[in-house]
Design a protein around this ligand. Structure first.
Ligand code: CAA
Length: 257
């Protein structure tokens, strides 16, 4: 594993996965996501593990999908790369996953946190779907999960303006479980994981499956719809301009083409 660190028994029955591309603010490139999928599958199959924590570092949980890797892609490239099949496998993980978030959780980073089952945040955490600023839209479930978590008006504002939501507000809106001082966010995630790990692993698995079922059928359709529109963005000049502007560290000039 090059871009993640895995500790299967970080505490009794609790595994820890740390995203580890600190210089790139843990931008989620294809390799990192593949490693995460493989690690989760292994931990899911490991009888000693009863709960899993995914974290980043103090500055960033993850600042989104890797824009540099996507910048030159066409809609058909994106369709063929099919990056979200990895995400589909991740969301099939049967054991509970807690995201321990500090700093940036943006774009795919926010979507990854929302793909987890619970979110513990540090007071410095910032959630956001800023894809609109680079000429695209969320593609890994943001339009669906954020809307379900915080309601249409708030989700629409975040997705259409790219504005960030600080941890305290995210707690008020029901996006996350709780916010704690920055030095405690990982401890708090471990505490929650330890409580869950005391329960029957069979009942936990079935309960997680049941809670998810409350919106899964609609979610499947919603994800499919979102994905097609995300790919379609890559047929626009604005996507090329938006992503190139990010890479070149300048403001984009969108033309509506
Ligand atoms: N992809 C690739 N590289 C990224 C990145 C990303 N998403 N986010 C940050 N980086 C890189 C920067 O390019 C920079 O690298 P260099 O030092 O080589 O230039 C490094 O990480 C540090 O970032 P900054 O210098 O920009 O740090 P900052 O503190 O000034 O700003 C930030 C932090 C506001 C998070 C800013 O980095 C940013 O806006 N990042 C992009 C956020 C974003 O748009 N995410 C959505 C991605 S698209 C997506 O996720 C699609 C999807 O739904 C699947």
């Amino acid at each position: 594993m090059e871009f993640i660190l895995v500790t299967p028994q970080a505490q009794p029955h609790v595994a820890l996965i740390q995203l580890n591309r600190p210089k790139e603010l843990n931008a989620l490139n294809l390799q990192l996501m593949g490693e995460l999928r493989d690690a989760l599958k292994e931990l899911d199959d490991n009888d000693e593990v009863r709960a899993i924590i995914i974290t980043g570092n103090e500055r960033a949980f993850a600042a989104g999908a890797d824009i540099k890797q996507m910048a030159g892609k066409t809609a058909i490239d994106m369709l063929n790369i099919d990056q979200f099949s990895t995400w589909d496998q991740i969301r099939k993980t049967k054991k509970p996953i807690i995201a321990a978030v500090s700093g940036f959780a943006l774009g795919g980073g926010c979507e990854l946190a929302m793909t987890c089952d619970m979110i513990i945040a540090s007071e410095t955490a910032m959630f956001g779907q800023p894809e609109i600023k680079i000429g695209v839209m969320p593609g890994a479930g943001g339009t669906q999960r954020l809307t379900k978590a915080i309601g249409k008006a708030k989700a629409m504002e975040m997705v259409l303006t790219g504005k960030f939501m600080p941890a305290e507000e995210a707690e008020k809106q029901g996006l996350i479980n709780r916010v704690v001082p920055v030095e405690l966010y990982l401890d708090e995630a471990f505490k929650l994981a330890a409580e869950i790990a005391k329960m029957s692993p069979v009942a936990i698995k079935l309960a997680k499956e049941s809670v998810n079922r409350s919106f899964e059928t609609q979610l499947d359709e919603g994800l499919h719809f979102e994905r097609k529109n995300f790919y379609l963005c890559f047929a626009s000049e604005d996507q090329t301009e938006g992503m190139n502007a990010f890479v070149e560290k300048r403001a984009p000039e969108f033309k509506g083409r």
